[in-house]
Design a protein around this ligand. Sequence first.
Ligand SMILES: C=C1C[C@]23C[C@H]1CC[C@H]2[C@@]12CCC[C@@](C)(C(=O)O1)[C@H]2[C@@H]3C(=O)O
Ligand SMILES: O=C(O)CCC(=O)C(=O)O
Ligand SMILES: [Fe+2]
Length: 351
Amino acid sequence: MPSIVEEICIGNLGSLQTLPDSFAWKPTSGDSVLPSSATTVEETVPVIDLSDHDVTTLIGNACKTWGAFQIANHGISQKLLDDIESLCKTFFDMPSERKLEAGSSDKGVSGYGEPRISPFFEKKMWSEGFTIADGSYRNQFRTTWPHEYTKYCGIIEEYEVEMEKLTRRLLSYLLGSLGVTMDDIEWAKKSENSGSEMGRRSIRLNYYPVCPEPERAMGLAAHTDSTILTILHQSNTGGLQVFREESGWVTVEPVRGVLVVNIGDLFHILSNGKIPSVVHRARVNHTRSRISVVYLWGGPAGDVEIAPISKIVGPVGPSLYRPITWNEYLRIKFEVFDKALDAMRVVNPTN
Ligand SMILES: C=C1C[C@]23C[C@H]1CC[C@H]2[C@@]12CCC[C@@](C)(C(=O)O1)[C@H]2[C@@H]3C(=O)O
Ligand SMILES: O=C(O)CCC(=O)C(=O)O
Ligand SMILES: [Fe+2]
């Protein structure tokens, strides 16, 4: 009698008492998933107060060292952060059959489901999530919360407006740290972009249930974001780790009201390779579930070319990466995953 392998649904992970083999990540040589304490180093990703008069230099140094930084005094209200976190709790605490109703439409990325990068790994990740990549979440919310979806849509809309403003502010600091301004980028020129929305953006709501064997599981596997930049709010449970050559995996401990900013692949291209896009992952926990809300900014619009800023490349060059649009880059990323940036390099760059 063939054993009936019960399809394990990501919507019920928190109720499992043992780790199914399909979720058991074997430590690979050199990067052991064990032990759970990532590193013993003291240093971690610096927290930068955005009102600091040295903010541009501080951000520049953090980006060169980590490809990430944390921000305080960012102007996003704690109430909004609390509201979107409780929206996540309300959604992910629902029975899995109700969450599956909000499933990703097979054509797009939007809706409930596993991370887009799941197919690149033989083992499954101990997490579930909801991606907001266009307006279709409104209909999904209407199905999920027929009587109060306007409240939840309002929270998402307010979050997008606030994150868009913060993204523009961070981009100007990032460019400043490289000695350029928005006016040095065709698509970012104040004139053309003032007032209009800042293009391609998505929000990913991540939920990491408690896990019976967190040391052998992986909440979200190591990756770089494809974005120009990503702004991440994490609940009060640690799990986010960034990778740095010199230190290995470093946990970014949650601090209330502090947001994490990750440099994505497209900013690495914009900077002509000067700023790294940070490799990061999420670990899970034996006693506490975890939420992260990730605002992913892909640039002006899906069809606008992103290229190394000519003022950074300079007269002698060489430009290390070829121009690429968000849409094209995402297609390549989900074809070759962590080889995507290499696929963008200009071979034998001529001056
Ligand atoms: C706007 C984006 C950016 C995506 C794809 C698409 C929607 C969801 C984003 C994420 C979120 C989770 C990690 C990641 C690696 C994933 O699997 O889905 C991200 C990916 C990327 O940054 O490449
Ligand atoms: O949950 C986290 O802290 C990381 C999430 C993340 O990297 C992502 O959604 O791109
Ligand atoms: Fe990420």
